[in-house]
Design a protein around this ligand. Structure first.
Ligand code: HEM
Ligand SMILES: [Ca+2]
Ligand SMILES: [Ca+2]
Length: 294
């Protein structure tokens, strides 16, 4: 029941505000486009796209920001705060943080050269968060293909959606701690690529050192991620699982050869992911500050 025109009369400038603020952010630091896209994923996979990830911990409230997949990792929260402040100034108390995040994720993608899509709107914001759900429902970089398929399937996304959405790793960075095991122990890796990555990700120490998820074009939303997988240059173990002799090999190869089909599948899968259990109607609330419940 989400609809692209949900704020058409209540906040006609919403999309312009989000676009301009995201343009500024990405011009300042291209990676922010990637970081905001990932926030949306980590929101939607934990009790739906309800801005639960944006809630700060307090002395009595345990949120998702310090869950294992997010702690010292998820970033870009300040960009959402900036947008929310501008949106509240233009249209007080009508636009949810969940919808702002959905729009900002699309703009981040577009600004880095990715596809665009109409974002269905009308989500409301959660009054709760779940650190335990964030710990268990967001896939880990050590995941097997079987685990990836089943964790996405638990959210109503099929294997094709999963493989298309993983193409997000055409942008952004990962910390050494997330790919160390792969570059030292996996055998389905291009040896030259492994050597390059080992140079800045030692066998012990340097956990926070960064490497691009896409060694070719880390700030460009293109199909190079899939080209890397075909030559065994996936950075995460979970990335290379998509091209390792299994059910997704053919799709990965086709995306690697056909950027247009990746773009259109990615856009469709983003709409699908954005539809995971939204709060609508009188459920949830429109938060004033994305970091705290009203
Ligand atoms: C398929 C399962 C997935 C796994 C196991 C996974 C895992 C990871 C890991 C470990 C990182 C690096 C985090 C760090 O070191 O701090 C990362 C980064 C990223 N992920 Fe995923 N991810 C998956 C799917 C997705 C999806 C579906 C999206 C978006 C729709 C996404 C978007 C991103 C982006 C954009 C980054 C870079 C963020 C930045 O530079 O700040 N990922 N992912
Ligand atoms: Ca959520
Ligand atoms: Ca790229």
């Amino acid at each position: 029941q989400l609809s692209a025109n949900f704020y058409g009369t209540s906040c006609p400038n919403l999309q312009t505000i989000v676009r301009n603020a995201m343009t500024q952010a990405v011009n300042r630091e291209a990676r922010l486009g990637a970081s905001v896209l990932r926030l949306f994923f980590h929101d939607c996979f934990v009790n739906g796209c309800d801005a639960s990830i944006l809630l700060d911990d307090t002395s009595t409230f345990i949120g998702e920001k310090n869950a294992n997949p997010n702690r010292n990792s998820a970033r870009g929260y300040e960009v959402i705060d900036t947008i929310k402040t501008q949106v509240e100034a233009a249209c007080p108390n009508v636009v949810s943080c969940a919808d702002i995040l959905a729009l900002a994720a699309r703009e981040g993608t577009v600004l880095l050269g990715g596809p665009s899509w109409a974002v269905p709107l009308g989500r409301r914001d959660a009054r709760t968060a779940s650190q335990s759900a964030a710990n268990t429902q967001i896939p880990a970089p050590s995941s097997s293909l079987t685990t990836l398929i089943s964790m996405f399937s638990a959210k109503g996304l099929n294997a094709r959606d999963m493989t298309a959405l993983s193409g997000s790793h055409t942008i952004g960075q990962a910390r050494c701690t997330t790919f160390r095991n792969r570059i030292y122990n996996d055998t389905n890796i291009d040896p030259q690529f492994a050597a390059t990555r080992r140079a800045t990700c030692p066998a012990s120490g340097g956990d926070a050192n960064l490497a691009p998820l896409d060694i070719q074009t880390p700030n460009r939303f293109d199909n190079d991620y899939y080209q890397n997988l075909v030559i065994r240059r996936g950075l995460l173990h979970s990335d290379q699982e998509l091209f390792n002799g299994g059910s997704q090999d053919a799709l990965v190869r086709s995306y690697s050869n056909n950027g247009a089909s990746f773009r259109s599948d990615f856009a469709a899968a983003m709409v699908k992911m954005g539809n995971i259990s939204p709060l609508t109607g009188t459920n949830g609330e429109i938060r004033t500050n994305c970091r705290a419940i009203n």
